[in-house]
Write a protein that binds this ligand. Structure first.
Ligand SMILES: N[C@@H](CCC(=O)N[C@@H](CS)C(=O)NCC(=O)O)C(=O)O
Length: 225
């Protein structure tokens, strides 16, 4: 019997970290269920709900149930790596060793960096918002991302950062959404890349969840994610 995957995610409108493994699983056509935990609830309710699933107190978390046991993997990058390892045929890292090393560096740089961008251009999936006055650090981070995308797309010749869709694309997909929301201007080939990412079925499915959230009403809480 195949393993059962359950991905615990946060509010789709806001949870950039949850979007990454959600998109990866979609792209790899791996069946999975989702458990959604509304974020930014009053009186620490979100944290309590997350802790019932995730020892880190953060989402996302992937539960892998097989042979009567459930393995819990937290942290978006660890989840993506685990999916890639369990599904080698899905080719979620480039086959070429040098390209794979660079793709890993892209993913790691995204995972550990860009704090100013996260802070000033917080995820508002599927929404539009005015571009705030950017700190110089934020502008530098945007320039760095543009340079990274340009370089990879030129070297690999697309359609994705390293040829076929990889974990690197999943890691940067929330940035694509942020750029779209705040109208960050990018050179033409990158606009094409952004449109390609935004059109992916996994991004559309995430957008549908976010739309439903907005219809039922999101709490008016400060953006801290
Ligand atoms: N490095 C972690 C970060 C996860 C993270 O910060 N998740 C946010 C939601 S986007 C969260 O769970 N926040 C709830 C809280 O801190 O109470 C990852 O990659 O999964």
């Amino acid at each position: 019997m195949p393993a059962k995957y359950t991905l615990v995610i946060g509010t789709a409108s806001w949870s950039s970290w949850s979007l990454r493994p959600f998109l990866l699983l979609h792209q790899a056509a791996i069946p999975f269920e989702t458990v959604m935990i509304p974020l930014r609830q009053e009186q620490g309710k979100s944290k309590k709900a997350i802790l019932k699933h995730s020892p880190s107190g953060k989402v996302p978390l992937l539960k892998i149930t097989e042979r009567g046991r459930t393995l819990k993997v937290w942290d978006s990058l660890a989840i993506c790596e685990t999916i890639a390892e369990r599904h080698p045929r899905a080719g979620l890292w480039p086959a070429n060793a040098a390209a794979r090393a660079i793709a890993r560096a892209y993913a790691a740089e995204m995972h550990s960096g860009f704090a100013n961008l996260r802070d000033q251009l917080s995820l508002l999936f599927g929404q539009r918002a005015p571009l705030p006055d950017l700190r110089k650090e934020t502008s530098r981070e945007i320039e760095r991302i543009i340079a990274l995308w340009n370089e990879a797309l030129k070297a690999g010749k697309g359609p994705f950062l390293f040829g076929r869709f990889s974990i690197a694309d999943a890691m940067y997909a929330p940035v694509v959404s942020r750029f779209e929301t705040y109208g960050v201007k990018v050179p033409k080939p990158l606009r094409t890349y952004m449109d390609r990412i935004l059109a992916l079925p996994g991004m559309q499915a995430w957008g549908e969840i976010a739309r439903k959230e907005r219809q039922t009403g999101l709490p008016d809480a400060p953006a801290t994610l």
